[in-house]
Design a protein around this ligand. Structure first.
Ligand code: C2E
Ligand code: MG
Ligand code: MG
Length: 746
């Protein structure tokens, strides 16, 4: 049955119930019989719904909660069954007692279920405080009820003592239910779960029914049962309906709410005392025993509660103070503590004319370990690294974990030499592998160091200096530590300016292309050109792409810059082709990041379309590092081939290429790096170049030798047919106008 149907059913049920009561009029016994039957039917449906909800819960706590409610509804319905029995047979007195006991039991079970829910919804620390509140509230409710409800109504009905007491227990438990329900709703309201709201309304209606009952009873109104019976049944059905909703929402029920109880709930006990005092004073002339006892007990509970709260607050404060200044993983102090400590150390050193060393340490390749071996291993590694760092420093030194794999150290009274010694010592310590579970991991630190007062007088400046130095240490794999110096700073400033300047380079027309001729070595005939980027920086003049391309890659601007170079080269090639130099080949460099970008092929297609260039004359140069991701590389290379564009491996021999991979990739050209021909007297190197050329030619690839500057470098290569060359010997990179005369032979 759908939820909507369930709601319609409840509406029809209420309408039928009241219509029936209305139609039957004053026939007491028939009316009572029907009332019980209706109540039983309502209870049964509710029972089925809630039982289903209990079965549908994925977690044990959810199942238990709904199971308790099932018991409650069962008990409630059983009580109606006994009442029915009593009314039909009309003489068995004992059944009335059992009916009341079952009724109260149902209420107690409902209360227990709600307490169970609220118990699991809040944090351990706050539970006891909440139960004190319930206790105080109950004491309050019982003493007030005892005074105002139970005692005076004793004479009203002529039932057994147990029935009277039990029937007066309803409103008291009602109050507790309302209290707990409000509390749950308060904890839970942010989750906006419908079932909870429906259940609130259900219990609310039940309480309204009970209260009205008491009121009508004391006012001597007749036919209370017939007016109110539908209330209780609807209450049960709504609790059942809540079960239907919870079956869907409840499978994701979040049992622990990280939600602080505000100060609001602390008001309740004090309000209770206040009311009791007022009542006690106003009614002290009447027999006020229950009120006095209630007041005394409430005061006692409040005192105990207060002591508990104070104790909890203290321990919470301690914990939060610790957490605010410590890293929970390594138990080292954290960044926020570093800020305050560093300021203090500097202040002290300033007074004493002493020095302070600041170390920033980062673990090389930590991210890779974390990604490949998992966060668990990563966490253990950080812990072991922290241990090792602690062992490397002196008793006066301080160590902090400031994030991810970054640590910071404050070393008071250290000279430059002292700092370098410690850095060396740390590096040595880390050369021993860390054994973590089944792995022996060697992880090297990169340490940047700065010194107070030499490199700066404030903590901010010193931290920045350490940062710059670490950045520098990280750049070269064989350098593990670096002390700050002025040159480093200039480098950083330059790099930052380059990064920010790149953004406007295209718009400001600061980029241009130069073209370097590519020749057949044996004849020196020009067959094509390589486009090389230049940037005329407003402050630094012409900057080499070797410097700004990495900056563009890191700052994510490479696609824009590289795209510009590609389009410009294609435009130029089209112009040359149209001017009759129809055999010119154009090589354009493409960065790995650009090559691997998912928009690379589509934007290349657009460029071809816009410029109208013949793709057969276009070659893209990619460095060997693309080999690391062969699956994707192969895909892009195949796309290029499908478009008729050629591909070359640039700087061949310096990177990762294995000849095996080369064979399997759709490559057209290899460009042997300049480093292989630098020294023409090196016989071994010559042999190596020859071998690479041979393999390349055997694989049916074009081979280009790069960076030929002198005739001597050329000689050993001359007897190799069809090898191409590039270098200052044949022509430096030049402007589009300057290169035209070289095309004449084409
Ligand atoms: P590359 O692709 O290996 O280019 C060859 C580099 O060697 C060029 O440096 C060129 O000027 C230089 N060179 C050529 N012949 C000689 C020689 O005989 N002796 C010496 N010492 N050097 C020679 P350049 O122009 O500074 O470019 C450096 C690198 O920047 C290029 O290396 C290439 O990887 C990259 N690059 C250049 N333009 C672009 C571009 O448009 N996009 C991308 N992504 N990278 C580019
Ligand atoms: Mg190149
Ligand atoms: Mg090259």
């Amino acid at each position: 049955m759908k939820k909507r149907h369930a709601i319609i059913m409840i509406v029809v049920y209420v309408a039928a119930f009241y219509s029936w009561l209305f139609l039957i009029g004053n026939n007491d016994s028939v009316e009572a019989f029907g009332t019980r039957m209706f109540s039983l039917a309502g209870g049964l449906v509710s029972f089925i719904w809630i039982r289903k909800a209990a079965q549908g819960m994925v977690d044990q706590k959810g199942r238990r909660f709904w199971f308790l409610l099932t018991l409650g509804v069962l008990s409630y319905s059983m009580s109606h069954l006994f009442l029915l029995n009593y009314q039909v047979l009309f003489q068995v007195e004992i059944n009335l007692n059992i009916a009341h006991i079952l009724g109260v039991l149902a209420y107690v079970i409902f209360l227990t279920a709600l307490m169970y829910l609220s118990y699991h919804l809040q944090r351990n620390k706050l539970r006891s405080r909440f139960y004190f509140n319930v206790l105080i509230f109950m004491t309050f409710a019982i003493s007030v009820s005892a005074h105002f409800l139970i005692k005076p109504t004793f004479d009203l009905i002529h039932e057994s003592f147990i029935v009277i007491v039990l029937s007066r227990a309803y409103p008291i438990i009602d109050l507790a239910i309302i209290f707990v329900m409000l509390h749950i709703y308060y904890l839970y309201s942010r989750l906006k779960q419908k079932w909870l709201l429906i259940m609130m309304v259900g219990f609310g209606i039940q309480v309204i029914g009970d209260t009205s009952y008491i009121y009508m009873l004391s006012e001597g109104i007749d036919h209370i049962d017939s007016l109110l019976a539908p209330f209780w049944s609807v209450a049960l059905l709504l609790i059942g309906l809540a079960g239907r909703y919870a079956k869907e929402e409840g499978s994701t029920l979040q049992w622990r709410i990280e939600h602080f109880i505000g100060e609001e709930d602390s008001v309740i006990p004090y309000a209770a005392v206040l009311v009791l005092v007022v009542l006690f004073v106003s009614y002290s002339n009447v027999s006020s025993n229950p009120l006095a006892i209630g007041l005394g007990l409430t005061l006692l509970f409040i005192t105990v509660r207060q002591l508990v709260v104070i104790r909890q607050t203290n321990s919470l404060m301690k914990k939060y103070r610790y957490l605010a200044h410590h890293d929970p993983l390594t138990s080292l102090k954290n960044r926020s503590r570093l800020q305050t400590d560093l300021k203090e150390y500097i202040q002290k050193a300033r007074h004493l004319n002493a020095s302070v060393g600041i170390f920033l340490l980062d673990l090389d390749g930590f991210k890779q370990i974390n990604d490949t071996l998992g966060h668990h291993v990563g966490d253990l590694l950080l812990n072991k690294a922290a241990e090792r760092l602690k062992q490397s420093i002196g008793p006066d030194d301080r160590i902090y974990r400031i994030g991810g794999d970054e640590f910071m150290m404050i070393l008071p009274n250290r000279t430059e030499e002292g700092c370098l010694n410690i850095a060396e010592h740390i590096t040595e310590q880390f050369s021993v592998p860390l054994s973590i579970e089944d792995y022996d991991i060697i992880i090297t630190p990169s340490i940047g160091m700065s010194l107070f007062p030499e490199h700066g007088r404030t903590s901010d400046v010193l931290l920045k200096c350490a940062d710059i130095s670490m950045y520098d240490a990280k750049k070269s794999p064989d350098k593990h530590y670096q002390l700050y110096n002025e040159v480093l700073n200039n480098m950083l400033v330059r790099r930052l300016k380059i990064e920010s300047g790149l953004r406007h380079a295209i718009a400001n027309d600061e980029l241009s292309l130069l073209y370097q001729p590519k020749v057949i070595l044996a004849t020196r005939d020009v067959v094509g050109v390589e486009a090389l980027l230049r940037w005329e920086h407003p402050e630094y003049g012409v900057i080499s792409p070797a410097e700004f391309i990495p900056a563009a890659e890191e700052s994510g601007q490479i696609n824009m810059i590289g795209g510009w170079a590609l389009e410009e080269a294609c435009k130029q090639l089209k112009i040359w082709h149209d001017r009759g130099f129809s055999n010119v080949l154009m090589s354009v460099n493409v960065s790995v990041k650009q090559f691997q970008h998912n928009r690379f092929i589509p934007s290349l297609k657009q460029i071809l379309h816009r410029t109208g260039v013949n793709p057969a004359y276009l070659e893209l140069e990619i460095t060997e590092s693309i080999m690391q991701n062969t699956a994707q590389t192969t895909r892009v290379l195949k796309d290029l081939h499908a478009m008729g564009i050629k591909a070359a491996i640039d700087d061949f021999g310096t990177g990762y290429s294995s000849l095996h991979v080369l064979k399997s990739l759709p490559i057209d050209t290899i460009k042997i790096d300049k480093a292989f021909i630098d020294d023409p007297s090196d016989v071994k190197q010559q042999a190596l170049v020859r071998t690479i050329i041979d393999i390349g030619l055997n694989l049916d690839l074009n081979v280009v030798v790069e960076g030929i500057e002198a005739e001597a470098q050329l000689d050993p290569l001359l007897n190799m047919p069809s090898v191409l060359g590039q270098g200052y010997l044949f022509g430096k990179p030049m402007s589009k106008e300057e290169i035209i005369p070289l095309f004449d032979k084409l």
